[in-house]
Design a binder for this molecule. Structure first.
Ligand SMILES: NC(=O)c1ccc[n+]([C@@H]2O[C@H](COP(=O)([O-])OP(=O)(O)OC[C@H]3O[C@@H](n4cnc5c(N)ncnc54)[C@H](O)[C@@H]3O)[C@@H](O)[C@H]2O)c1
Ligand SMILES: [Zn+2]
Length: 369
């Protein structure tokens, strides 16, 4: 097992990574600040898909605790006011008090919802993350952003609320769908582009092992991703500066996701897929500005393709791109701020207002008709 620390002073916490460590949940899930064990009363939030594989092992590991399981539907719609409220009402009717703990067992949806519940119930109770998708293991479970959605948009209500411990059991990835594995790999590639050229090269060399779900390769990819995210979050917990780099590809990606969401088409584009295309557009934009060599753009595209991710944008008209991107949370005083790679391993936050250049970058990345 490997352990990293997210350094946030009095809110610092460990991330444990290992194969089969779910069995050790009783000892690994503890409160590092009060040096106390996992509370007696434990509220486990999960969904039926994840529960089918991992709930019993967790219950077995926590046999000495009073476990209450709360299942939400599988899918993004669980991150709603409705499920938030139902979970809080259940906590209350169970008589759980300030000393209880909320444990998220699942992907990013379960983690984001459980985190906001933990942040809100009685003004905050202990929170533990057991992420079970690659995306949740390398991204959403680390860093303390929690959220639910409104009709008007994703992640519009939430809190910064750090967990007490993150337990990453790489064996959970054995049951994950190929498409979900690829979506997680998109975020892994993102870390290489924004922060670590050597890691990017390592990913190029180990693509086959990662796709074959080789435990050693996955463990290293998860560890390096968590290290990069932890380091950025420790520097800028509330996204006043450098943390924005984690949004590489996301401004373009969210536009694609929202466009298809508005058409009520929830299946054609997953988050990681839209982000993959977004990273290609961002790289092309820099190539057009003469700030990134073509070879770097090609390496990014090839790596994403190797991970079975799309690299071509759907055809949307420019006005629609513009309108969708203006709604981005990163827009400040009407200016869209893009995360743009200046090299493989390095990126910057910039306001870019040359729409003809942006249009060119998008156009160059579109599917050929
Ligand atoms: N808080 C953050 O910093 C942050 C960062 C990135 C993404 N997110 C959020 O994360 C969510 C996406 O997370 P996700 O991609 O994990 O989606 P998800 O939670 O919907 O999981 C994807 C699918 O995999 C299933 N699943 C989960 N674990 C499994 C396993 N081990 N074996 C088999 N199936 C399994 C789930 O039931 C679901 O059907 C979005 O809501 C996004 O907004 C949050
Ligand atoms: Zn993302």
């Amino acid at each position: 097992m490997q352990t990293l620390l997210v350094g946030l002073n009095e809110r610092s916490y460990p991330i444990h990574i290992g194969a089969g460590i779910l069995d050790q949940a009783a000892t690994l899930l503890h409160n590092p600040h009060q040096h106390s064990a996992l509370p007696k009363q434990v509220f486990v939030l999960t969904n039926a898909t994840v529960a089918a594989h991992y709930l019993q092992p967790l219950q077995r590991a926590l046999a000495a605790h009073q476990i209450e399981v709360f299942e939400v539907p599988d899918g993004e719609h669980a991150k709603s006011m409705e499920w938030f409220e139902q979970a809080l009402e259940r906590l209350c009717s169970l008589g759980f008090n300030r000393d209880c703990a909320v444990v998220a067992l699942g992907g990013g949806v379960v983690g984001d919802l459980a985190g906001f519940i933990a942040a809100s119930y009685q003004r905050g109770v202990d929170f533990y993350q057991i992420p079970t998708t690659l995306l949740a293991q390398v991204d959403s479970s680390v860093g303390g952003k929690t959220a639910i959605n409104l009709q008007g948009g994703k992640n519009l209500v939430g809190a910064f609320y750090q967990p007490q411990t993150v337990l990453i059991d790489t064996q959970c990835l054995t049951t994950l769908a190929n498409r979900e594995l690829s979506c997680g790999l998109a975020e892994v590639v993102k870390y290489g582009i924004i922060a670590d050229a050597d890691f990017f090269s390592w990913l190029e060399q180990n693509q086959a092992a990662l796709l074959a779900r080789d435990t050693t390769a996955l463990t290293y990819a998860i560890r390096r991703s968590c290290e990069i995210k932890a380091e950025i979050v420790a520097e800028d917990e509330r996204e006043q500066g450098r943390r924005a780099l984690l949004n590489l590809g996301h401004t373009f990606g969210h536009a694609i996701e929202t466009a298809f969401h508005q058409r009520n088409d929830h299946h054609s584009w997953h988050h990681g897929e839209a982000v993959a295309v977004g990273m290609v557009i961002a790289a092309r934009l820099m190539q057009l500005k003469g700030e990134l060599p073509q070879q770097a753009v090609e390496r990014i595209e090839q790596l994403l393709q190797a991970f079975k991710l799309p690299t071509r944008a759907p055809k949307l008209d420019l006005a629609q791109w513009q309108q969708l991107m203006q709604r981005d949370k990163k827009v400040k005083a009407g200016q869209i701020r893009f995360i743009l790679p200046t090299a493989i391993g390095q990126a910057e936050v910039r306001s870019e207002s040359d729409w003809s250049l942006i249009a060119q970058a998008i156009h160059a990345s579109e599917v050929e008709s």
